[in-house]
Design a binder for this molecule. Structure first.
Ligand code: ZN
Ligand code: ZN
Length: 252
């Protein structure tokens, strides 16, 4: 029995619930674990260095409730998109390969790095969402978290969530990837997003001026993006921001 048979015998509801649970469960476990040790408040407690713009007081309950509500719809949309791709047979035209020997073993590892680079390149669309008209209908919800918590990692307006789901899905139609490599890539992506929004910094100081570190996006850089509503649009890296001259001048 393949995935298609599973769909025809059970309808789409179960597979959609399955993928939604995978996305939702992974996000919840990571965000919960990080929020227990790293709080976006300038009280000195918890792990990591607090950001310079961290608030002294923080109504975390109301804030996290909003982030969780939008995140619930985000994981639902992510799950529905994957379920639809499989249910309609579109997944069959993707470049997923299931046989381990279809590509060399080194490609499995390299494909994860390439997916991260490609996703980061697609995330230049983040800057497009900051255009006034698009911002109102897509990205404003994410920026309601001026001081985000780890739960903001998926706090998107449904239109932004759908765009994000389609962007990530596009990768499997461009690159030959094993489903397990795709799962690792998405897990790393969620983990980095949770770190980027958790309100604490774990990288060593001087990262922004380090020869290699200056190319890596950090929680500090993304906190500045949320605080100012501009600059530092990258996801995992700052290649594109450095190229476009959109790194926050005060980042260093
Ligand atoms: Zn933004
Ligand atoms: Zn953000």
């Amino acid at each position: 029995m393949n995935l298609q048979d599973l769909y025809s015998s059970n309808g789409w509801l179960l597979p959609a619930l399955f993928f939604t649970s995978v996305y939702g469960g992974r996000y919840l476990v990571m965000a919960l674990a990080v929020s227990l040790v790293a709080r976006p408040v300038a009280d000195g407690r918890g792990w990591g260095r607090v950001h310079h713009n961290a608030p002294q007081k923080f109504d975390s309950q109301r804030h996290i409730r909003r982030e969780l509500t939008y995140s619930f719809f985000t994981v639902l949309i992510f799950g529905m998109v994957i379920a639809t791709l499989i249910g309609t047979g579109w997944m069959g035209s993707s470049r997923f390969y299931f046989q381990w020997d279809s590509y060399p073993a080194w490609w499995f590892g390299l494909s994860i790095v390439v997916m991260l680079l490609l996703h980061d390149t697609f995330s230049t669309g983040h800057r497009v969402m900051h255009w006034r008209k698009l911002f109102a209908v897509m990205h404003k919800v994410h920026h309601q978290s001026v001081h985000p918590t780890a739960f903001a990692a998926y706090s998107f307006h449904p239109t932004e969530a759908l765009a994000e789901a389609l962007i990530v899905t596009a990768i499997i139609f461009i690159l030959p990837v094993h489903p397990l490599a795709f799962l690792v890539f998405q897990t790393l992506s969620t983990a980095y997003n949770v770190y980027g929004h958790c309100g604490r910094e774990f990288y060593p100081q001087g990262m922004a001026s380090h020869r290699w570190g200056r190319w890596i996006n950090t929680s500090t850089a993304h906190a500045a993006h949320h605080g100012k509503g501009r600059y530092n649009y990258g996801l995992y890296f700052l290649f594109w921001d450095r190229l476009m001259g959109t790194v926050d001048p005060l980042y260093k």
